[in-house]
Design a protein around this ligand. Structure first.
Ligand SMILES: [Zn+2]
Length: 73
């Protein structure tokens, strides 16, 4: 299985997926973890792209609709 990072970069290069812009965190900034960032969320969310539920859902959806093909190992 490809990593989310790999799939995202591939889809981004093809123009099938773009980073979300203007995304604002809902929670307070007190526990903001600057060591983590997500390219899908324009690097402002405090999670890694590999653990991004929004991106995972989006890709899952595209796979189910057969818009994209992900290599399985
Ligand atoms: Zn994210």
């Amino acid at each position: 299985m490809e990593t989310l990072t790999g799939i995202f970069q591939r889809l981004w290069a093809k123009g099938l997926l773009r980073p979300r812009k203007g995304w604002i965190r809902k929670h307070s900034s007190s526990n903001f973890d600057l060591s983590k960032n997500c390219a899908y969320h324009s690097n402002i969310q405090d999670h890694e792209i590999e653990e991004c539920p929004a991106l995972r859902n989006k890709i899952q959806n595209m796979i189910e609709k057969r818009k994209i093909i992900v290599q399985q190992e």
